[in-house]
Design a protein around this ligand. Structure first.
Ligand code: BG6
Length: 491
């Protein structure tokens, strides 16, 4: 374990938190991969243009592709042009391209030493004392050997490491991975990324709950009847079949993003927004999560998935999952949390729905238009970019009767705030890692607990059910909805 582990942690609420980080060399593992092209390279140039990269910085890309510096720059330029929001006008690209260099891993025998050489050169260019930031955008199986190489070549000193999910594939592998990482890096050097936590709209859950007196009083089992977290995607698995076939929707999305969102929704008010206190409260929710019951899980696979290159003809990988989770604590006992996500579905959305209980006394007759099961009071969080929050309720329709109709009030980010300061999730998280702020990252103990919760499902997964592309998933998923609960209650 490194003795030079950085300890300075910025206060997330202080103005210093948005100051420029100190000199850095950023090492991008998997620099020619999908994530680097779509998010990381476009994100880094946006940070540069927003003056949020260090004044002195170099970016060393590395992967198994054989590229020289110029070829890597061309790849970066093409990626930024296709996926970035930057206009590459003026000297923006010039400035960025000068920061880039590339080291092919596996090229000249000892790849770790080749990379170390390029990193040392980059350090000299930034003037000697640079903080290292390793971003591991690589398949889970590749991470342990990279961590070992970094240790063997001294690249763990004065360094931080960002790890991409999934962190292992089950409890045992997550523990082994954490041990492996901790044999080289101290925990405060490790930044486990879950990019959903970098989304403005997800952080806004905390603002809404804890900066207002309006919602927190109803945020419990007395008033909330169910919580739904939905992340349907229209995308298919595209060119990621190799990764997806081993991962599936549950590991790719639920045990990571959806459970993290659940953590924010269900946590007790932390005493501060510092990384430790916020992290402790989130982990307490995970501790209270009941181990998943496979009986309340539906797994689906879209028709045509097995024909994709790289997918087994008899693949059992789920591309859709719906499940019911329970948080066994005083606040949430008896409130089901319905989580659903999948590929190739009818719509792409990221939505949280907090359904509120029916008022204690039914004063309005059914004929007044109050069908609580059809139009429950609900708070709907659209976690898209930009996000929105909608309160859904019943209101009196104008006229001489007491007829009611569904109504809504919406707060929308794009019309309410100046969007210029907005950082995309990865941008925010890379910046936070450079300033040493762990607040929006996940912790080893939380991740291990989530794998523990997942264990019964991983041990005895229900069979995958086929569904048509463009649908809402297998029909049996309808059983895992609040509407089905309402019917159960009425029976
Ligand atoms: C990634 C998953 O972590 O999140 C992808 O691996 C998924 O399968 C993506 O499509 C969704 O993220 P976003 O930000 O596009 O909603």
């Amino acid at each position: 374990m490194s003795e030079n582990a950085p300890t300075a942690v910025a206060d997330p609420l202080s103005p210093e938190a948005v100051k420029r980080p100190p000199p850095h060399v950023i090492v991008l593992f998997g620099a020619t991969g999908d994530l680097a092209k779509r998010k990381l390279l476009p994100g880094l140039i946006h940070l540069l243009n927003a003056d949020l990269l260090p004044e002195e910085v170099r970016i060393v890309g590395t992967s198994t592709s054989v590229l020289d510096d110029e070829e890597f720059r061309s790849l970066a330029c093409a990626a930024i042009t296709e996926f970035g929001k930057e206009d590459l006008v003026g000297d923006s690209w010039e400035r960025f391209s000068e920061l880039l260099s590339f080291a092919t891993s596996g090229e000249e025998g000892d790849s770790g030493a080749v990379l170390a050489g390029r990193v040392r050169e980059a350090e000299e260019e930034v003037g000697g004392e640079a903080q290292l930031l390793h971003f591991l955008s690589v398949p889970p199986a590749a991470a342990p050997s990279i961590v070992r190489e970094l240790g063997a070549n001294g690249l763990h000193e004065n360094a931080r490491i960002i790890m991409e999910k999934p962190f292992g594939t089950d409890l045992e592998s997550a523990r082994a991975l954490n041990e492996e990482i901790h044999s080289v890096f101290a925990e405060n050097q490790v930044f486990r990324i879950d990019h959903f936590l970098g989304k403005e709209a997800v952080q806004n859950i905390l603002a809404l709950r804890f900066a207002n007196g309006l919602f927190e009083p109803i945020w419990n089992r007395e008033h909330v009847s169910s919580v739904q977290i939905d992340v349907p995607e229209t995308l298919d698995v595209g060119t990621r079949a190799g990764f997806y076939e081993k991962t599936g929707a549950f590991r790719d999305m639920v045990v990571t993003h959806l459970f993290q969102v659940l953590g924010y929704l269900a946590m007790e008010p932390p005493t501060s927004l510092r990384a430790k206190t916020l992290g402790d409260e989130k982990v307490k929710v995970f501790e209270a999560l009941r181990p998943l019951d496979p009986e309340y899980v539906v797994r689906g696979q879209y028709e045509g998935y097995r024909e994709i290159d790289g997918v087994a003809g008899d693949s059992d990988t789920e591309t859709f999952v719906a499940l019911r989770a329970n948080v066994d604590n005083w606040r949430w006992q008896g409130v089901p949390f319905f989580l659903r996500t999948g590929k190739c579905l009818a719509e792409g959305k990221r939505v949280v729905t907090i359904m509120l209980r029916e008022p204690a006394l039914r004063m309005f007759p059914q004929s007044a238009g109050v069908h609580h099961h059809e139009h429950p009071n609900a708070l709907v969080f659209d976690l898209g970019d930009p996000g929105s929050i909608t309160a859904e309720f019943m209101a009196k329709q104008p006229g001489a009767t007491m007829a009611l109709g569904p109504a809504r009030m919406t707060f929308s980010y794009d019309t309410s705030f100046e969007a210029a300061n907005q950082l995309e999730a990865y941008e925010r998280l890379i910046h936070d890692a450079m300033t040493g702020d762990h607040t929006l990252f996940t912790r080893a103990d939380g991740i291990e607990r989530l794998w523990e919760v997942a264990e019964p499902l991983l041990d005895a997964p229900p069979p995958v059910e086929p569904y048509a592309g463009g649908s809402w998933g297998p029909e049996s998923a309808a059983e895992l909805t609040p509407w089905n609960l309402a019917e159960e209650e009425e029976e």
